[in-house]
Design a protein around this ligand. Structure first.
Ligand code: HEM
Length: 508
């Protein structure tokens, strides 16, 4: 790689310094004192390295991060994941295409998943009702499972224990179902049916290799987790290459491979494909750049939804309150063929706007699960103003990290910060109960803010509302799950074994 292609790669020391500084800020004590001493007077460097500014005490993190991308750039971090994690192509051609077209490609995500109106259309398209109604499969005839399992049941080890009860790992079940919802809405049903191992490969990669690779271990490192993760990543790339070939065939009115049904491919994919074609991206380059979308859209929401369910099902009183709040908006009917209860409809707009306790509880789960630390590359000189009023100059070619998530455990902002307080984000304005994000920044800020933020909340609300409205869930003997102080975007390694039954509830 020549210098132009390496200069925008995040330095290898940065994740380590960021984690150490972040931990020292939280823990206080001697490490904090040492780190503070290392802060060079008047130089905006905090810690050991001059090319990294750890901006933990900005006067306004939001205002700072809202600077235009030509000053504070989010793309070099994405380029770093492309090179180090996803093993994407690093040719000169790819570098130019990446920095030339990436913003346009991200806009094709943002337009449908960040906008209030379009994200509502997307969640209505996602048919969460049908998926949640088939959370687990029942055999009518015997206690032995005979029906084909749904995609999300494959790795959740379901065992039918009576005609109406299934024991299952809820962590795997919910994680895979929620990922399925987002991926189907983006890539279409045929893609997931044709690639039944796709979601499992994503987890193999995320759980085993992603962090180690981002920290700088080469992809050829002879460690089992990396080998396993990298092999899964290559299968994902292969699936996306074959997929974008079919999308191109559809767009050019050519016969589509395998006669695949491409009618439900999202507008996001069609727009991205058009950009790829207009700028002569090879199939491999298209797949490389879509990995960020596939992972971004389906790695965080599933874990958030799972932990919210843990909070709810381990608090019977809260469960009752939420079911009452949701009842007018989540209609239960009967399946005309089986006669079993199922979700007939979900009013997604009402879940988002009118169910204050339910939405606030989701934000509280997000608050507890840990915050984000936006990382930006400094393209042009800029200033960072700290709380003590000092202006630091940040030079081009340096990096800045903003641990805006630390506020989430700050007792001055959130009293009893380790407690789960479901009402915490409700503002009562003369009888009008509204839910406000306040200082919560789980989705980042500024130009690099999460491009799926609005959809992600609607999707998590829909999945959780559907599950708690239709299903009774009890922890199996010997399994307890306590939400960890910070989930690091993970489900519990041993899963959460539960018994699932359809709830006896009045049908509409
Ligand atoms: C609970 C769910 C989610 C969480 C917590 C989350 C969080 C984040 C965070 C922290 C960032 C980096 C922001 C920054 O640097 O300031 C990000 C970036 C991104 N997210 Fe999400 N995300 C979620 C769901 C989604 C979904 C559903 C999609 C797509 C439909 C998505 C697409 C993206 C994309 C494309 C980026 C890169 C943005 C850029 O650098 O310009 N995310 N997300």
């Amino acid at each position: 790689m020549n210098r132009s292609r390496t200069q925008k790669l995040m330095p290898l020391y940065l994740p380590f310094e960021m984690i150490t500084l972040s931990a020292s800020m939280k823990s206080g004590g001697i490490i904090r004192t040492i780190m503070k001493r290392l802060r060079r007077n008047r130089h905006p460097s905090y810690g050991l390295f001059r090319s990294h500014y750890f901006a933990d005490n900005l006067a306004s993190a939001d205002r700072f991060l809202c600077q235009p991308a030509h000053t504070l750039d989010n793309l070099p971090l994405l380029w770093t994941s492309h090179v180090r994690c996803f093993g994407g192509e690093v040719s000169h051609d790819m570098y130019n295409k990446f920095f030339g077209q990436c913003r346009e490609l991200l806009t094709a995500v943002e337009r449908y998943f960040l906008s209030e109106k379009n994200s509502t259309d997307m969640i209505y398209h996602s048919n969460v009702e049908a998926k949640v109604s088939k959370l687990v499969s029942f055999s009518e005839t015997s206690a032995v499972q005979k029906e084909p399992l749904q995609h999300w049941e494959q790795y959740a080890d379901p065992i039918q224990v009576s005609p109406d009860a299934v024991d299952v790992d809820l962590a795997r079940l919910v994680r895979d179902l929620t990922a399925h919802v987002a991926l189907e809405v983006i890539y279409g049903k045929d893609f997931l049916d044709r690639n039944p191992g796709f979601i499992n490969d994503m987890w193999l990669f995320v759980d085993n290799a992603f962090t180690l690779l981002l920290a700088g271990l080469p992809r050829w490192t002879p460690l089992n987790p990396i080998r396993m993760g990298v092999a899964a990543c290559e299968r994902i790339r292969g699936a996306l290459m074959a997929y974008y070939k079919r999308v191109e065939q559809r767009q050019r009115d050519l016969p589509v491979d395998y006669g695949a049904d491409m009618t439900d491919v999202s507008a996001t994919v069609l727009e991205r494909s058009k950009i790829y074609l207009d700028h002569s991206f090879t199939l491999r380059q298209r797949a490389d750049l879509d990995m960020g979308v596939a992972f971004g859209s389906s790695s965080n929401t599933p874990v958030l939804s799972f932990w919210y369910l843990v909070h709810i099902y381990s608090r019977p009183e809260l469960l009752t309150q939420l079911r009452a709040e949701l009842a007018p908006h989540v209609k239960i009917g009967r399946n005309v063929t089986t006669g079993k209860r199922e979700i007939a409809s979900i009013d997604h707009t009402a879940l988002y706007n009118d169910c204050a306790l339910f939405k606030s509880g989701l934000l509280e789960t997000a608050r507890l699960s840990g915050g984000s630390t936006p990382i930006r590359y400094v393209n042009r000189s800029t200033q960072a103003t700290t709380t003590d009023g000092v202006n630091h100059v940040l030079h081009p070619g340096t990096w800045v990290t903003v641990p805006s998530g630390n506020v989430q455990k700050d007792p001055h902002v959130y009293p009893d910060p380790d407690e789960f307080v479901p009402t915490r984000f409700i503002l009562d304005d003369e009888g009008n109960r509204a839910v406000r994000f306040g200082q919560l920044r789980v989705f980042g800020s500024g130009a690099g803010v999460c491009k799926g933020k609005t959809y992600a909340i609607k999707e998590a609300l829909a999945v959780v509302a559907g599950i708690i409205s239709l299903w009774d869930i009890e922890t199996s003997e010997g399994y307890t799950v306590e939400p960890p102080p910070s989930d690091n975007n993970k489900i519990p390694s041993k899963g959460w074994r539960v018994r699932v039954k359809i709830r006896a509830v009045e049908c509409a």
